[in-house]
Ligand binder design. Sequence first.
Ligand code: FES
Length: 132
Amino acid sequence: MDRRQFLSLIGSGLCGCAATASYRGRLEGDRVRVPLDELPASFAEKGYALVRAVGLDDPILIHRTGTGDFRALSARCTHLGCQVRPARNGLICPCHGSSFSWEGEVLRGPAQKALPRYPVELRAGILAIIVN
Ligand code: FES
């Protein structure tokens, strides 16, 4: 277990946050394809889900905005690499308390850098997250 995994594990215990529903996607070339109708049921209610895929370095949080647009952000905190979680007004890191907007911008440190964002394309009910 490396430092990032350890911090993430400890952080999840300290936070007491409910786990974010996740979807196991497939990395095909430079894209992870996410059929929206295969997302966990909680996505319809909450508007976010965690996407993982073999070959993907970090999980990705997808978020449907109030206007129906989609965003995809790395779920890896830019401070020391713990996994961020959705909170009331964006995302929070359980390890040291950094918070981020759904745009990925830092709202509170110690993180200094924004969460990386990935371009997305939505066609025929399939969200493509472009990761390279
Ligand atoms: Fe996220 Fe430190 S790892 S705030």
